[in-house]
Design a protein. Structure first.
Length: 157
């Protein structure tokens, strides 16, 4: 792992093994931004208490020169701190015909008046997750609905 001067992870390399043999390597790079209250915009330098604006992962199979790149973009709204509003992921690799079949992922997050997460909608995966929080924002119940399937956590007795 590599870190910046504020001890934030800027890079990470993960190696995956199958039966003791290296199968793939993933190199992840994070890009941070800082919210500028005066302009009400996100500046992109790696300074202060920035949040991840973009994350890039490059996966390479062992013994292959071809790789697949995923880029994840984060959109925030400013409360007392940055709150994620949207998460978008795309996979690209012009030399790999399989990445063209990957649909982009989109998640939208909703908060209540206290800034506690109440809902996540994953439009790409056709999922909706509702949260019930206590006064401190701790999740007390999570209900997920996906393509006519429903699950509640914690389960009812």
């Amino acid at each position: 792992m590599t870190y910046d001067n504020d001890n934030r992870v800027t890079g990470e390399t993960d190696q995956y093994y199958s039966s003791g043999v290296l199968s793939s390597t993933t190199v992840t790079t994070n890009y941070y931004g800082l919210y500028n209250a005066a302009t009400q915009r996100w500046d992109l330098p790696n300074t202060d208490q920035g949040v991840i604006m973009e994350s890039k992962g490059v996966v390479t199979a062992a013994g292959s020169s071809s790789s697949t790149t995923t880029k994840t973009f984060y959109t925030y709204q400013w409360w007392d701190q940055a709150q994620q509003l949207k998460i978008q992921i795309n996979a690209t690799d012009p030399s790999n015909p399989n990445t063209g079949s990957w649909a982009a992922g989109y998640s939208n997050l909703t908060y209540d008046a206290n800034g506690h997460l109440t809902q996540l909608i994953d439009s790409g995966g056709n999922r909706q997750v509702n949260y019930v929080d206590d006064a401190y924002g701790q999740v007390m119940m999570r209900e997920e609905k996906a393509t006519n399937v429903s699950a509640v956590f914690p389960p009812s007795a």
